[in-house]
Design a protein around this ligand. Structure first.
Ligand code: SAM
Length: 197
Protein backbone atom coordinates (compact mmCIF):
# COMPACT_ATOMS: atom_id res chain seq x y z
CA UNK A 1 0.00 0.00 0.00
CA UNK A 2 1.57 3.30 -0.96
CA UNK A 3 1.37 6.32 1.36
CA UNK A 4 -1.02 8.14 -0.88
CA UNK A 5 -3.55 5.34 -0.80
CA UNK A 6 -3.23 5.11 2.94
CA UNK A 7 -3.90 8.77 3.64
CA UNK A 8 -6.13 9.71 0.74
CA UNK A 9 -8.80 7.10 0.35
CA UNK A 10 -10.24 7.45 -3.10
CA UNK A 11 -13.84 8.57 -2.83
CA UNK A 12 -16.25 8.33 -5.69
CA UNK A 13 -17.39 11.66 -7.16
CA UNK A 14 -20.76 11.09 -5.48
CA UNK A 15 -19.16 10.60 -2.06
CA UNK A 16 -17.01 13.68 -2.49
CA UNK A 17 -19.98 15.74 -3.59
CA UNK A 18 -22.08 14.70 -0.63
CA UNK A 19 -19.45 16.23 1.64
CA UNK A 20 -19.67 19.52 -0.21
CA UNK A 21 -23.33 20.06 -0.97
CA UNK A 22 -23.09 23.80 -1.59
CA UNK A 23 -20.46 23.83 -4.28
CA UNK A 24 -21.77 24.38 -7.75
CA UNK A 25 -21.41 21.97 -10.62
CA UNK A 26 -19.38 23.04 -13.62
CA UNK A 27 -20.96 21.23 -16.52
CA UNK A 28 -19.43 20.68 -19.92
CA UNK A 29 -22.37 20.00 -22.20
CA UNK A 30 -21.64 17.65 -25.11
CA UNK A 31 -25.01 18.20 -26.81
CA UNK A 32 -23.20 19.15 -30.05
CA UNK A 33 -20.66 16.28 -29.94
CA UNK A 34 -21.72 14.83 -33.30
CA UNK A 35 -21.10 18.11 -35.11
CA UNK A 36 -17.37 17.69 -34.56
CA UNK A 37 -14.66 16.03 -36.63
CA UNK A 38 -12.58 13.29 -34.98
CA UNK A 39 -9.77 15.77 -34.50
CA UNK A 40 -12.09 18.27 -32.84
CA UNK A 41 -13.53 15.54 -30.61
CA UNK A 42 -9.96 14.86 -29.48
CA UNK A 43 -9.59 18.53 -28.63
CA UNK A 44 -12.79 18.51 -26.60
CA UNK A 45 -11.46 15.54 -24.61
CA UNK A 46 -8.19 17.34 -23.96
CA UNK A 47 -9.99 20.48 -22.80
CA UNK A 48 -12.15 18.41 -20.44
CA UNK A 49 -8.97 16.93 -18.93
CA UNK A 50 -7.49 20.41 -18.56
CA UNK A 51 -10.73 21.60 -16.93
CA UNK A 52 -10.47 18.78 -14.42
CA UNK A 53 -6.90 19.85 -13.64
CA UNK A 54 -8.04 23.43 -13.03
CA UNK A 55 -10.90 22.42 -10.77
CA UNK A 56 -8.58 20.22 -8.73
CA UNK A 57 -6.58 23.35 -7.92
CA UNK A 58 -9.64 25.02 -6.41
CA UNK A 59 -12.04 22.23 -5.40
CA UNK A 60 -11.79 18.46 -5.77
CA UNK A 61 -12.54 17.89 -9.43
CA UNK A 62 -15.68 15.94 -8.64
CA UNK A 63 -17.77 19.05 -9.30
CA UNK A 64 -16.87 18.76 -12.96
CA UNK A 65 -19.70 17.09 -14.82
CA UNK A 66 -19.87 16.07 -18.45
CA UNK A 67 -23.37 15.57 -19.84
CA UNK A 68 -24.51 13.85 -23.04
CA UNK A 69 -21.35 11.78 -22.54
CA UNK A 70 -21.69 8.91 -25.01
CA UNK A 71 -19.55 5.80 -25.46
CA UNK A 72 -17.33 7.44 -28.02
CA UNK A 73 -16.49 10.24 -25.58
CA UNK A 74 -15.78 7.73 -22.82
CA UNK A 75 -13.51 5.77 -25.15
CA UNK A 76 -11.63 8.79 -26.44
CA UNK A 77 -11.26 10.53 -23.07
CA UNK A 78 -8.03 9.58 -21.41
CA UNK A 79 -8.46 11.74 -18.32
CA UNK A 80 -9.70 10.38 -14.99
CA UNK A 81 -13.20 9.14 -15.88
CA UNK A 82 -13.79 7.86 -12.35
CA UNK A 83 -12.97 11.23 -10.75
CA UNK A 84 -15.43 13.37 -12.64
CA UNK A 85 -19.18 13.15 -12.89
CA UNK A 86 -20.23 11.56 -16.16
CA UNK A 87 -23.85 11.64 -17.27
CA UNK A 88 -24.93 9.89 -20.45
CA UNK A 89 -28.30 11.64 -20.76
CA UNK A 90 -29.58 15.19 -21.27
CA UNK A 91 -28.23 18.02 -19.15
CA UNK A 92 -31.75 18.97 -18.02
CA UNK A 93 -32.32 15.47 -16.70
CA UNK A 94 -29.02 15.56 -14.80
CA UNK A 95 -29.96 18.92 -13.26
CA UNK A 96 -33.43 17.78 -12.23
CA UNK A 97 -31.92 14.72 -10.59
CA UNK A 98 -29.84 17.08 -8.46
CA UNK A 99 -32.78 19.37 -7.68
CA UNK A 100 -31.29 22.23 -9.73
CA UNK A 101 -33.78 24.36 -11.65
CA UNK A 102 -31.71 27.40 -12.57
CA UNK A 103 -28.30 27.65 -14.24
CA UNK A 104 -25.84 30.10 -15.73
CA UNK A 105 -25.03 29.30 -19.35
CA UNK A 106 -21.76 30.81 -20.50
CA UNK A 107 -22.68 32.13 -23.91
CA UNK A 108 -20.69 34.55 -26.07
CA UNK A 109 -23.99 35.54 -27.77
CA UNK A 110 -25.67 36.60 -24.51
CA UNK A 111 -26.77 40.19 -23.86
CA UNK A 112 -25.76 40.24 -20.22
CA UNK A 113 -22.27 40.08 -18.81
CA UNK A 114 -21.48 37.49 -16.11
CA UNK A 115 -21.42 39.19 -12.70
CA UNK A 116 -21.17 38.51 -8.98
CA UNK A 117 -24.91 38.06 -8.59
CA UNK A 118 -24.64 34.96 -10.77
CA UNK A 119 -22.18 33.21 -8.48
CA UNK A 120 -24.89 31.79 -6.23
CA UNK A 121 -26.27 29.36 -8.83
CA UNK A 122 -25.81 25.64 -8.39
CA UNK A 123 -24.56 24.98 -11.92
CA UNK A 124 -22.52 26.69 -14.61
CA UNK A 125 -22.75 25.32 -18.11
CA UNK A 126 -20.06 25.59 -20.75
CA UNK A 127 -20.65 24.32 -24.28
CA UNK A 128 -18.48 21.32 -25.12
CA UNK A 129 -17.75 22.92 -28.46
CA UNK A 130 -14.50 23.40 -30.34
CA UNK A 131 -14.41 25.76 -33.31
CA UNK A 132 -11.84 25.05 -35.93
CA UNK A 133 -14.01 25.61 -38.99
CA UNK A 134 -16.81 28.16 -39.00
CA UNK A 135 -19.50 25.50 -38.91
CA UNK A 136 -20.70 25.80 -35.34
CA UNK A 137 -21.80 29.39 -35.19
CA UNK A 138 -24.50 30.08 -32.56
CA UNK A 139 -24.49 26.57 -31.20
CA UNK A 140 -24.23 27.73 -27.58
CA UNK A 141 -27.65 29.47 -27.54
CA UNK A 142 -29.14 26.18 -28.76
CA UNK A 143 -27.98 24.54 -25.56
CA UNK A 144 -29.91 27.21 -23.69
CA UNK A 145 -33.07 26.63 -25.73
CA UNK A 146 -32.84 22.90 -25.12
CA UNK A 147 -32.65 23.51 -21.36
CA UNK A 148 -35.48 26.04 -21.35
CA UNK A 149 -37.71 23.65 -23.28
CA UNK A 150 -37.10 21.14 -20.53
CA UNK A 151 -38.17 23.64 -17.87
CA UNK A 152 -34.78 24.87 -16.61
CA UNK A 153 -34.32 28.60 -15.99
CA UNK A 154 -31.30 29.77 -17.96
CA UNK A 155 -29.29 32.89 -17.27
CA UNK A 156 -27.27 33.43 -20.44
CA UNK A 157 -24.10 35.31 -19.63
CA UNK A 158 -21.08 36.42 -21.62
CA UNK A 159 -17.51 37.06 -20.62
CA UNK A 160 -15.96 40.20 -22.08
CA UNK A 161 -12.64 42.00 -22.12
CA UNK A 162 -13.11 45.76 -21.84
CA UNK A 163 -16.72 45.33 -22.86
CA UNK A 164 -16.13 43.11 -25.90
CA UNK A 165 -15.95 39.36 -26.43
CA UNK A 166 -13.03 39.95 -28.81
CA UNK A 167 -9.85 39.00 -26.96
CA UNK A 168 -11.57 36.50 -24.67
CA UNK A 169 -10.10 33.01 -25.15
CA UNK A 170 -12.91 30.62 -26.12
CA UNK A 171 -11.38 27.29 -25.10
CA UNK A 172 -13.57 25.43 -22.62
CA UNK A 173 -10.87 25.25 -19.94
CA UNK A 174 -9.97 28.93 -20.32
CA UNK A 175 -13.59 29.97 -19.83
CA UNK A 176 -13.71 27.81 -16.72
CA UNK A 177 -10.45 29.34 -15.50
CA UNK A 178 -11.86 32.86 -15.88
CA UNK A 179 -14.97 31.97 -13.85
CA UNK A 180 -12.83 30.43 -11.10
CA UNK A 181 -10.51 33.42 -10.92
CA UNK A 182 -13.51 35.72 -10.53
CA UNK A 183 -15.53 33.53 -8.21
CA UNK A 184 -12.89 32.06 -5.94
CA UNK A 185 -10.05 34.57 -6.18
CA UNK A 186 -12.36 37.61 -6.37
CA UNK A 187 -10.61 39.08 -9.42
CA UNK A 188 -12.41 41.44 -11.76
CA UNK A 189 -13.31 40.15 -15.19
CA UNK A 190 -10.66 42.00 -17.22
CA UNK A 191 -7.90 40.81 -14.90
CA UNK A 192 -9.20 37.22 -14.93
CA UNK A 193 -9.32 37.27 -18.74
CA UNK A 194 -5.80 38.68 -19.02
CA UNK A 195 -4.49 35.98 -16.71
CA UNK A 196 -6.12 33.21 -18.75
CA UNK A 197 -5.01 34.53 -22.18
N1 SAM B 1 -19.28 28.26 -31.78
C1 SAM B 1 -19.91 28.47 -30.50
C2 SAM B 1 -21.02 29.49 -30.64
O1 SAM B 1 -21.03 30.23 -31.64
O2 SAM B 1 -21.90 29.55 -29.79
C3 SAM B 1 -18.86 28.90 -29.45
C4 SAM B 1 -18.08 27.75 -28.88
S1 SAM B 1 -16.78 28.17 -27.74
C5 SAM B 1 -15.39 27.51 -28.59
C6 SAM B 1 -16.96 26.97 -26.44
C7 SAM B 1 -17.76 27.40 -25.23
O3 SAM B 1 -17.03 28.34 -24.48
C8 SAM B 1 -19.08 28.07 -25.53
O4 SAM B 1 -20.11 27.13 -25.75
C9 SAM B 1 -19.33 28.89 -24.27
O5 SAM B 1 -19.91 28.12 -23.24
C10 SAM B 1 -17.92 29.26 -23.87
N2 SAM B 1 -17.52 30.61 -24.29
C11 SAM B 1 -16.60 30.94 -25.23
N3 SAM B 1 -16.43 32.26 -25.31
C12 SAM B 1 -17.26 32.81 -24.38
C13 SAM B 1 -17.53 34.16 -23.96
N4 SAM B 1 -16.91 35.22 -24.48
N5 SAM B 1 -18.45 34.33 -22.99
C14 SAM B 1 -19.08 33.28 -22.42
N6 SAM B 1 -18.85 32.00 -22.77
C15 SAM B 1 -17.95 31.77 -23.73
Amino acid sequence: LCMKEKFEPVLTPEELRSKLPNWPYFIIDLYHWEKHTQKEKGKICLQVTQSYGLLRDYFTGSELAVTWANDEFKKMFNGPLDRITIYEGPTAEFLKGKGIDEVVLLDPWAEEVLNEKDFGVKAFIIGGIVDTGGTKKKTTPKIGEELENAGIKVRRRKIVLKGDIVGVPDRINRILGIILKMMVEGKDMDRAVYEMQ
